[in-house]
Design a protein around this ligand. Structure first.
Ligand code: HEM
Length: 337
């Protein structure tokens, strides 16, 4: 009897073991599926935390290509994907909002005494050519540059991947090749208008009176007022910074290392956003913001009353030289009547 019980115990024990194995087997079979799929990146993260840099070995002479990830690279990626996007969105949208509010409050600044019908030459053909060459390059470079910062977020979902990559490829060519006439324009503008852009006493007075933009004041100014001088110097310095940093990016590793490349990318992006915001204000005042201003860069001539209201000291100098056009307002500069 006791032997029978012993046999029974052995059989039950064996069955229990089999049952346990049967249950354990599927769990064992599931084991590979339950492996954490991000485990390898966790290890990479741990590696990065410990060594700050992931680097391999290679056989090509370009040793910097052996570096796969490094701290400054991660900083740059964060800057490009997050920080610059915020800087750009805030500066550009804030400027647009400001201009809309200003327009709604102040409206177009009119020629208070009305048009005189007489013209005075403000910019020569060469000056206008240089201005429009630089401005055209700037606008195309601004749009193609903004595509690098915002395109993936704003345009890719609308255009789809194929159209977006075709547009981005052309935008990138335009951005790079227009850099040459743009840089030439910045240099020419620097030499062409530096004479009229040296700060002087009249600028202090102009600034003290807020440029006359609020109310109906017309503080006297020479050829360029303090506001225009600010635009001039911003375009000289921002133009230089954007060109130098841009050429460092176009010609990588010519006397620069990866850190300098990343700094150049950051400088380029930040200067670009501020530059675009400033130029929006410049475009505003030259078009819908002020009656009679666009003609200066359009035909090259402005109405004498406009000139007297905004650049009285310059008009006095010009009249002393006998430079106005007759009432019919023909293109050429002729002596005053
Ligand atoms: C001499 C003139 C310029 C040169 C050589 C130049 C060159 C470059 C290069 C090589 C890049 C990097 C493109 C890439 O990552 O594939 C870039 C990006 C960019 N550029 Fe320019 N550029 C110039 C002028 C301008 C101007 C005038 C603007 C705007 C006003 C501008 C705005 C931008 C912007 C917003 C980016 C994208 C920045 C980013 O998201 O990281 N650039 N530029």
């Amino acid at each position: 009897m006791t032997r029978l019980f012993a046999h029974l115990r052995a059989v039950i024990g064996a069955l229990a073991l089999l049952g346990f194995l049967a249950l354990a087997a599927p769990a064992g079979a599931q084991q590979p599926i339950s492996v954490n799929p991000t485990a390898s990146s966790v290890k990479e993260d741990q590696l990065l935390e410990q060594f700050k840099q992931v680097e391999g070995r290679g056989t090509i002479p370009d040793v910097k290509s052996y570096v796969i990830e490094h701290p400054a690279g991660r900083d740059w990626r964060h800057f490009h994907e997050v920080t610059l996007v915020w800087i750009g969105a805030i500066t550009i949208l804030a400027m647009l909002a400001l201009l809309v509010i200003f327009y709604l409050v102040r409206g177009m600044i009119r020629i208070e005494n009305g048009r005189s019908g007489r013209k005075i030459v403000r910019f020569s053909f060469f000056e206008r050519f240089v201005h429009w060459m630089t401005a055209t390059c700037f606008i195309i470079q601004a749009l193609s540059g903004l595509n690098i910062t915002f395109g993936k977020r704003l345009l890719l979902p609308l255009m789809g991947p194929e159209a977006f990559s075709a547009w981005s490829e052309w935008a990138k060519y335009a951005h790079n090749y227009l850099s040459f006439p743009f840089t030439l324009g910045v240099i020419l503008i620097f030499f062409m208008w530096i004479g009229g852009n040296i700060p002087n006493r009249a600028d202090l007075e102009w600034l003290k009176r807020g440029g006359g933009v609020i109310g109906h004041d017309h503080p006297p100014a020479y050829r360029f007022n303090a506001g225009q001088k600010a635009i001039y110097w911003i375009q000289v310095f921002a133009g230089a910074a954007i060109a130098v940093s841009g050429y460092i990016l176009i010609f990588p590793f010519y006397g620069t290392d990866i850190n300098a490349m990343e700094i150049a990318g950051m400088v380029h992006g930040i200067v670009a956003m501020l530059f675009i915001a400033v130029m929006l204000a410049h475009i505003y005042i030259g078009t819908i913001g002020m009656e009679g201003a666009f003609e200066a860069m359009g035909t090259g001539e402005v109405d004498l009353n406009w000139a007297k209201e905004h650049h009285r000291l310059w008009v006095e100098e010009e009249l002393a030289k006998g430079r106005t056009a007759p009432a019919s307002g023909r293109a050429a500069a002729t002596p005053a009547e």
